[in-house]
Design a protein around this ligand. Structure first.
Ligand SMILES: NC(=O)C1=CN([C@@H]2O[C@H](COP(=O)(O)OP(=O)(O)OC[C@H]3O[C@@H](n4cnc5c(N)ncnc54)[C@H](OP(=O)(O)O)[C@@H]3O)[C@@H](O)[C@H]2O)C=CC1
Ligand SMILES: O=C1OC[C@@H](O)[C@H](O)[C@H]1O
Length: 400
């Protein structure tokens, strides 16, 4: 066997998820049975200050020779970086990713990929033009649990999927936690709201079960019907959003399939922290697959068949993780001490793609990321949610 290749990461932004991702990146891949890639961190950038980037590198246990930058513009010129992980708010993804691509850097960009589909298309075009790798960091798609669910679907054990119910909601007490309205979860200037932050996971479950599992040449975009409730009187970010999707299917493939994707900052999938409600239900004529919350980091599945079969599975997160590194926007932590957080699987896929010369992720193509952004565009249009022009724009560069 050939020795593993080391991929050199640069981290753009030093907030909550950048910390968690970087700590996960530095967990030895052998602990999760991955022996063809290794990761290292060679640089981090903070738009706030160089000191903040230095502190970030120390806090995450990055190699002592990793370079700290006090500006994203300087950072993207670092010739030692193979790939940049972007961890800024949604509003900034387009500008930041474009900056990286323009400077010849491969990119793994946090969800939601962009503010709208037009921006996502522009990024995909730029990556193609520059022959660079670009992937939306929807980490959940790369979990062994997700691979198992998709394989169960394609195995036909529950028959053609007729319906998917997918919820990702958190009773976040927004008035108490984000009373000044500046936090990225509710701030329109940062493309806040439930849909882009949490609803993307409900849509991820719908798409990875009803769309991604279908043959590329026959799958079709869904029809979309949405109801959106604004967080505040200004109508500037959504508090709760409900989406009904119809995926056109031939009669041989079971006919049209339906999905309901829901998301909320007001109510929870699992009230009181109890994770005994199947937030995701994937239903076919022979049975259903249940996935337990949270939708973005599930650890438990149940297969229930009409013949009485019940198969429960637990999906651990290999460590050793550094614990308490996870930031959920309102102070919670789901990562027990010693466990990894699970972000390393998407990093492994990005690294493997670089080694193999692929320009897109295996479990979500750029076309699929764009399609999901198109669905969110339709949802926002039907619900009347418009973000400030500056962050909806495809102009580049724009100072935000
Ligand atoms: N995959 C997952 O599980 C999670 C993903 N996310 C995603 O990660 C992204 C960042 O979220 P999170 O880490 O929670 O956010 P934070 O607010 O904790 O961090 C965002 C960072 O972005 C940088 N930044 C640059 N410009 C701005 C600006 N105008 N306002 C605020 N921050 C700015 C800052 O870093 P600096 O000062 O160093 O430049 C800041 O620390 C979002 O896209 C979110 O959806 C978030 C949580 C979980
Ligand atoms: O991606 C995410 O997953 C966890 C949530 O708590 C967080 O708000 C979101 O950004």
């Amino acid at each position: 066997m050939s020795s593993p290749k080391t991929i050199r990461w640069g981290i753009l932004a030093t907030g909550g998820i950048a910390q968690t991702f970087t700590k996960d990146l530095l967990v030895d891949p052998n602990t999760r049975g991955v022996n063809n890639v290794k990761h290292t961190v060679v640089a981090a950038a903070s738009s706030t200050s160089k000191t903040r980037a230095e502190q970030f590198l120390t806090d995450t246990g990055s190699p002592s020779d990793a370079k700290a930058y006090g500006s994203y513009d300087e950072f993207v010129k670092d010739p030692n970086i193979d790939i940049v992980y972007i961890a800024t708010p949604h509003s900034h993804h387009y500008q930041n990713a474009m900056l990286c691509l323009e400077n010849g850097k491969n990119v793994l960009c946090e969800k939601a990929f962009t503010v709208n589909a037009a921006q996502a298309r522009k990024l995909a075009d730029k990556a193609k033009e520059k022959d660079l790798f670009l992937m939306e960091a929807v980490w959940t798609r790369y979990f062994p649990l997700s691979i198992y669910v998709r394989d169960l679907i394609t195995s036909g054990r529950i028959g053609h999927i007729a319906r998917v119910l997918a919820d990702n909601s958190m009773a976040a007490d927004p008035e108490a936690n984000w009373s000044d309205g500046k936090h990225r979860m509710v701030n329109p200037d940062l493309a806040g709201g439930a849909l882009l932050d949490l609803g993307i996971y409900s849509l991820t479950w719908v798409f990875q079960t009803l769309y991604h599992t279908q043959p590329v040449n026959t799958r079709k975009p869904p029809k979309v019907l949405a109801a959106l409730k604004s967080y505040d009187a200004t109508g500037s970010a959504d508090e709760s959003t409900t989406i009904v999707l119809t995926f056109p299917r031939s009669a041989e493939a079971g006919g049209d399939a339906h999905a309901i994707a829901t998301t909320s900052l007001r109510v929870a999938t699992a009230p009181g922290g109890k994770e005994d409600v199947p937030g995701i239900r994937i239903q076919g004529p022979k049975g259903e697959i249940q996935v337990y919350p949270p939708a973005f980091r599930p650890t438990r599945t149940r297969l229930v068949l009409k013949d009485g079969t019940v198969e429960d599975k637990q999906w651990p997160f290999p460590g050793p993780g550094k614990g308490s590194g996870w930031y959920n926007g309102f102070g919670g932590s789901l990562q027990p001490e010693g466990e990894g957080h699970g972000m390393y699987w998407e990093a492994d896929e990005a690294a493997l793609a670089l080694i193999e010369g692929r320009k897109e992720g295996k479990f979500e193509s750029l076309a699929e990321s764009i399609l999901i952004m198109e669905v969110m565009d339709q949802v926002r249009k039907q619900g009347g949610l418009v973000y400030p022009e500056k962050i909806e724009s495809t102009e580049y560069p724009v100072q935000l």
